[in-house]
Ligand binder design. Structure first.
Ligand SMILES: CC(C)(COP(=O)(O)OP(=O)(O)OC[C@H]1O[C@@H](n2cnc3c(N)ncnc32)[C@H](O)[C@@H]1OP(=O)(O)O)[C@@H](O)C(=O)NCCC(=O)NCCS
Length: 324
């Protein structure tokens, strides 16, 4: 019995913000952003939009693509670092909006690895008898981005992606996966305030502690190592090497991290799907958005081996290998 993708959908907000727009906000340049990160533009929501709005759009599309109805969904797992609010979970908001039955619904806090962690959990539910599990990665990082900090504000964007995971007796589905985390470097990437450690106060707002704080160059080094480990361990479990992969879909954070990972895995860049030039880093949403786009562009055909790898705040990382 395999956990397979029965349907996929994604959604990004309409508003495009280019690197040239960013030049007007902070001391940066299109050239610096493109060469250091690979990003040219990103999508940004309006003030009235919350993460559940993006998640619902992506989920509706995934449910339609799966050819089922919302009432057939048996669990909702949503990866996000930017929930609508700390509680209730964004998954519960999605459940109520889409008219899904009373089914187990919860968020995962695993940063940019949230969607892959969700796939791993969904696979174990499938093995325990569940069917049609909605796994969503949805994020509005731009609402916790400090648009006066040039080192972070050029990197992030908003969006959502969703899949319906179904039971499958055939060949397609998840073949191997690997997940890990190391909390010892958590300080390198965090949103310090808004939780129980530093609750919201006039001071916390004045000190800009509700925004993402990141030591980019340190995170970069950890990301390269962890993305490779995630890929290598996943492939090892499946008993194959990098050359057998038809498409590598990495978390879209930085083109240099992706290139370094592909090189170590001996996967040529024409087998790596990249769309961070258009969307920036959309955290937990980046892999399902990229997977959906790759499918729409005809980059994936039946029987293909697809390796997805992610790295995120925590730090968390993981890989999922699936046959389409
Ligand atoms: C953020 C990142 C693109 C920065 O690239 P980098 O090559 O590491 O650059 P550094 O942070 O070392 O900064 C180099 C210089 O560029 C400057 N700089 C930073 N942001 C800049 C910007 N937007 N425009 C122009 N200059 C900038 C820095 O101030 C620094 O200047 P200095 O040398 O005078 O001090 C890169 O570190 C990165 O992508 N890190 C990983 C981020 C990530 O993936 N996070 C999410 C994990 S899921």
């Amino acid at each position: 019995m395999k956990a397979a993708i029965g349907g996929i959908g994604s959604y990004v907000p309409e508003k495009v913000v280019t690197n040239f727009d960013m030049e007007k906000l902070v001391d940066t340049s299109d050239e610096w952003i493109r060469t250091r990160s690979g990003i040219s533009e990103r999508r940004i929501v309006d003030n009235n939009t919350a993460t559940s709005d993006l998640a619902c759009e992506a989920a509706k599309r995934a449910i339609a693509a799966a050819g089922i109805e919302a009432k057939n969904i048996e669990a909702i797992i949503l990866g996000t670092a930017t929930p609508d609010m700390l509680f209730p979970s964004t998954a519960c908001l999605v459940q109520s909006r889409l008219g899904i039955n009373k089914v187990m619904s919860f968020d995962i806090s695993a940063g940019c690895s949230g969607f892959l962690y969700g796939l791993g959990i969904a696979e174990s539910f499938i093995k325990n008898g569940f069917d049609n599990i909605l796994v969503i990665g949805a994020e509005i990082l731009t609402k916790i981005t400090d648009f006066t900090d040039r080192a972070t504000c050029v990197l992030f964007g908003d969006g959502a992606g969703a899949v319906v995971i179904k039971r499958n007796r055939g060949a397609s589905g998840i073949i191997a996966s690997y997940f890990s985390a190391d909390g010892s470097n958590w300080k390198l990437l965090q949103q310090p305030a808004g939780g129980s450690r530093i609750p919201a106060s006039i001071e916390s707002v004045k000190n800009r502690l509700h925004y993402i704080k990141m030591q980019g160059n340190e995170v970069f080094k950890l990301a390269v190592r962890a993305m490779y480990e995630a890929a290598e361990k996943t492939l090892q479990k499946a008993g194959i090497d990098g050359e057998a992969i038809d498409l590598l879909i990495p978390h879209q954070a930085n083109i240099r991290i992706i290139e370094a990972t592909a090189k170590r895995l001996k996967v040529p860049m024409d087998k790596v799907y990249i769309n961070l030039d258009k969307y920036g880093n959309t955290s937990a949403a980046s892999i399902p958005i990229a997977l959906n786009e790759a499918l729409e562009k005809g980059r994936i055909k039946k029987g293909d081996l697809i390796l997805m790898v992610a790295f995120g705040a925590g730090f968390t990382w993981g890989g999922v290998l699936l046959r389409w």
